[in-house]
Design a protein around this ligand. Structure first.
Ligand code: ACO
Length: 389
């Protein structure tokens, strides 16, 4: 009998790759993380060049379409984003009636509601998927900002046509037009978090889209996955630790005690980067700038001392600051409460999720891994409910 060689391979390979660690599940042209060299690349461009010369709108377009937009493409794309960032009454009502909910849960529900109200999602064609995906890239930041606004007790703010997406994120969350520096910092934060390899939330979006489901469902899955503290959330804990330490003089003792107890210091170490995370380098510059501007220099000095201490103690093991170490400090200075940090991450990552979902489904293969059954094989005698102990 001739058997399918691929099947034999699968049957024989009884190895379990817990958490799929080390398993490659797809090819991608969207982004590349070089953990040894400390490089992050979107479609061939270094993150440093993009954050210095570009904007989040251009980066989102690049990720989704594969090239930087020309003037006409940029104008059309920004129009879609701007239009999408005006939220419907249903979404505004949802946010304001559930303003006590966790921001990431509320964001996930809002995206799901958008999908339920969009008839294109019922039988999504390729073009619809892309259109809906691009609209989500505009809508998600507006939802996140409105969640912050609702939590602060303010009224819904419509986006301003004069502002960039980053500017509108700040405007829709505070009702005040941001200064140029804050708008630029927000813009860079959005660019830095837009895509990062085959992380759990991105993978989750691929699993959903691989069933030929719609892009709203893919992003709803991704947001639910991002919510867990092992994925989003380390920046909040890093910021709280720096605040708790309080001043540089306290660093050595607190960090020394924590390391002795084998506790993890949030904002340090990375599965892929074994050198300084390039995103952390960029954010550190902003953290220094904003803390100076807001009279919170002590916070930055304490963080710097934590960094020096950690590198001295664990640098030889490849433990350096990751993106989360300085991002919390930057978001804090922009007025965001820590419980919304993960939702801001989602606002940015939406473009990466959309880009990778569209790319995956264009050469689709349904995800269907196996698990090794280690339970009883039976057959056990079936006992009717009335006779069970
Ligand atoms: N604090 C203290 N010790 C650490 C830390 C840390 N943050 N990170 C790693 N180490 C230690 C490990 O315990 C290990 O020690 P050992 O040699 O005594 O066993 C050693 O350094 C090497 O660790 P790795 O194997 O390189 O780390 P791993 O790849 O398993 O973990 C992870 C990476 C999960 C990110 C880890 O560094 C960590 O928990 N960091 C804190 C949480 C965090 O900041 N997460 C955000 C990551 S970025 C993102 O998701 C957007």
């Amino acid at each position: 009998m001739h058997e399918n060689p691929k099947r034999i391979n699968i049957m024989e390979a009884n190895t379990i790759y817990k958490g799929l660690e080390g398993v490659t599940v797809s090819e991608t042209k969207v982004g590349f993380v070089d953990g040894e060299a400390g490089r992050l690349v979107y479609r061939g461009y270094n993150i440093e060049d993009l954050t210095e010369h570009s904007s989040y709108e251009e980066v989102a377009y690049l990720l989704i379409n594969g090239h930087l937009p020309n003037a006409k493409e940029y104008q059309d794309f920004t129009q879609v984003l701007r239009k999408s960032s005006e939220l419907s009454k249903e979404v505004v009502d949802l946010i304001w009636t559930h303003s006590e909910s966790h921001p990431t849960s509320l964001l996930r529900t809002a995206v799901s509601l958008l999908g339920a109200n969009d008839r294109r999602a019922d039988h999504a064609l390729d073009k619809d998927q892309k259109d809906m995906g691009m609209e989500l890239v505009g809508k998600i930041p507006a939802i996140v900002s409105s969640i912050r606004r609702a939590k602060d007790g303010g009224k819904y703010v419509s986006p301003s046509p004069e502002l960039s997406m980053a500017g509108n994120m700040l405007y829709q969350s505070t009702g005040k037009k941001p200064d140029k520096t804050s708008e630029r910092i927000m813009d860079v934060c959005l660019m830095l978090h837009a895509d990062h390899g085959s992380n759990a939330s991105t993978f989750s979006s691929l699993v959903t889209i691989s069933t030929l489901s719609d892009i709203y469902s893919a992003l709803t899955s991704a947001i639910g996955t991002l919510k867990g503290p092992l994925h989003g959330g380390a920046n909040e804990m890093a910021l709280k630790l720096i605040m708790k330490i309080g001043k540089p003089e306290n660093v050595e003792k607190v960090i020394g005690d924590m390391l002795q107890k084998k506790e993890k210091i949030m904002g340090f170490g990375h599965r892929v980067y074994k050198v300084y995370d390039p995103r952390a380098k960029i954010l550190k510059g902003f953290a220094r700038e904003v803390t100076q501007k807001n009279g919170k220099e002590l916070l930055f000095q304490t963080a710097q001392k934590v960094e020096d201490t950690m590198i001295m103690k664990l640098g030889s093991k490849g433990i350096f600051p990751n993106v989360d170490f300085y991002s919390g400090m930057v978001y804090d200075s922009l007025g965001f409460h820590p419980d919304i940090f993960t939702a801001i991450f989602a606002a940015s990552r939406a473009s990466g999720w959309v880009a990778r979902s569209l790319e995956y489904v264009s050469d689709n293969k349904l995800f269907r891994p196996r698990s090794s059954y280690i339970g009883e094989r039976g057959p056990k005698e079936y006992i009717p409910i009335g006779k069970r102990n």
